[in-house]
Design a protein around this ligand. Structure first.
Ligand code: AMP
Ligand code: ZN
Length: 113
């Protein structure tokens, strides 16, 4: 499988890792949309949230915990932050390996589109 994030997780492509545990790796987004923009991705390949919930719902809970951990490490919890995952064509997902965006460091737009 030719998956960019699987290659990043395997260390074949360099990335700026901010957190990792047995389930996931969290890296800085190469094209940040906020002062802090981290991607939390499971080590196991799932195309998106839909598949991950079907195949390993407990893992999804742990990924959410990892997002909070990243927010704490990045000093985002006081002022707040956003966690989002894009799914498929209409969700404008560009990398087909599940990842959660952790965004913070500024007031996010109230628009969700
Ligand atoms: P999405 O549009 O939800 O699939 O998000 C994919 C994200 O991956 C985008 O925010 C990209 O900027 C980011 N991205 C793409 N390539 C890399 C890379 N090599 N290292 C870090 N982030 C990347
Ligand atoms: Zn992958």
């Amino acid at each position: 499988m030719n998956c960019l994030f699987c290659k990043i997780i395997a260390g074949e492509i360099p990335s700026a890792i901010v957190y990792q545990d047995e389930d996931c790796v969290a890296i800085r987004d190469i094209n940040p949309q906020a002062p802090t923009h981290v991607l939390v991705m499971p080590r196991r390949h799932f195309c998106c949230l839909t598949t991950a919930v079907a195949e390993d719902p407990a893992l999804v809970g742990r990924l959410m915990q990892a997002c909070v951990k990243v927010a704490q490490l990045e000093g985002l919890t006081q002022d707040g932050y956003r966690v989002v995952t894009n799914i498929g064509e209409n969700g404008a997902q560009t990398v087909k390996h599940l990842h959660l965006h952790v965004l913070g460091g500024t007031k996010m737009s109230e628009k969700m589109s």
